[in-house]
Write a protein that binds this ligand. Structure first.
Ligand SMILES: [Zn+2]
Length: 320
């Protein structure tokens, strides 16, 4: 009889407390996680449409758009990690309601978010045979780094990159005003194949004056000299006539490839010699290609351009 009572009590406990325990266990908020299967909501400004696709699939289109597919496989892998890190940061911002798109996580405007190519656009870019070969190569680079992102002190980094540094990357503080420990100026002397490595542009003084908004009279030269340079040797500010311009402004007005520029005046002409292309912060893509050619791995490439960062799987991140 006593045995039966105990059995009844046990049965009651099983019926009431077990489900309660299960409910309580699963009521706890699951940790905020972005998985590699997470869908990316991609806005396409040219067609005004929205595409929803898995993160890793999205990255194939990004690497295809952002880096020449003929680059070494290790360079493409480094690009995949940088682009994945960038994308996940944007996904998290969108999730917190701080994204820059209303109903999307990212767009495919390279100037705003990251470039991205649809399959049709890859076919157009590479041709029939090229598509067969390069599509596989880019997908292999993404798959080989599946889910891997860069962190600094446990947080996702701002994985800035640019086409070519011209020999030395720039410190983020010089471009954006805030120092970032892993975006420091590092040497990048492996960019000889970059079409923008060293470019000479000759502009008549009258045209330089027009672009800079200065009055011009033939035979009356105006002042055009650098006032300060950045830690990497780029132009920080320029005295142009009675104007004082900052480096990026000067670059933009004259349409130069970068602020890594020197010049001289010969007669009525200015001869500008610019190095590299872009802001110069973070990973240089042509530098990455140069390192890959020298047998370096994507880990070594990333460690060089983002010093002090760690390569970790997304799943290991404890996100805020
Ligand atoms: Zn965007």
């Amino acid at each position: 009889m006593r045995c039966l009572v105990w059995l009844l009590i046990l049965a009651l406990a099983a019926v009431i407390f077990l489900p309660l325990a299960v409910v309580l266990l699963f009521q706890r908020q699951p940790p905020l996680r972005i998985s590699t299967d997470r869908a990316v909501r991609l806005y396409l400004p040219t067609s005004g449409s929205l595409q929803v696709l898995p993160l890793e699939e999205y990255l194939v289109g990004v690497v295809a758009a952002e880096m020449p597919a003929r680059f070494g496989l290790e360079a493409l892998k480094a690009q995949a990690v940088a682009s994945r890190t960038y994308a996940v940061r944007r996904l998290l911002l969108a999730r917190e309601g701080k994204g820059s798109h209303r109903d999307a996580d990212l767009c495919n405007d390279a100037q705003h978010c990251q470039g991205w190519l649809a399959e049709k656009e890859m076919q157009q870019r590479w041709g029939f045979l090229g598509y067969w070969f390069y599509r596989r190569k880019v997908a292999a680079a993404v798959a080989a780094t599946r889910g891997q992102v860069l962190t600094y002190e446990g947080r996702l980094i701002d994985a800035a990159y640019h086409a070519a540094s011209g020999g030395r990357t720039e410190d983020a503080a010089e471009v954006w005003g805030t120092p970032v420990p892993y975006l420091r100026s590092v040497p990048s002397p492996w960019e000889e194949e970059a079409p923008q490595h060293l470019v000479t542009v000759v502009l008549p003084a009258a045209e330089v004056a027009r672009r800079l908004g200065l009055p011009y009279k033939p035979g009356h030269p105006f002042i055009l000299r650098p006032v300060a340079s950045t830690v990497s040797g780029r132009v920080k500010s320029v005295r142009a006539g009675d104007r004082l311009l900052d480096g990026p402004q000067f670059r933009q007005l004259l349409g130069l490839n970068s602020t890594f520029v020197t010049w001289e005046q010969k007669g009525e002409d200015f001869i500008f010699k610019s190095r590299g292309y872009g802001h110069g912060v973070g990973m240089s893509q042509y530098g990455a290609a140069g390192l890959a050619r020298r047998g370096k791995s994507f880990r070594e490439i990333l460690a060089h351009y983002y010093p002090g960062t760690a390569l970790v799987p997304l799943e290991a991140l404890s996100l805020p």
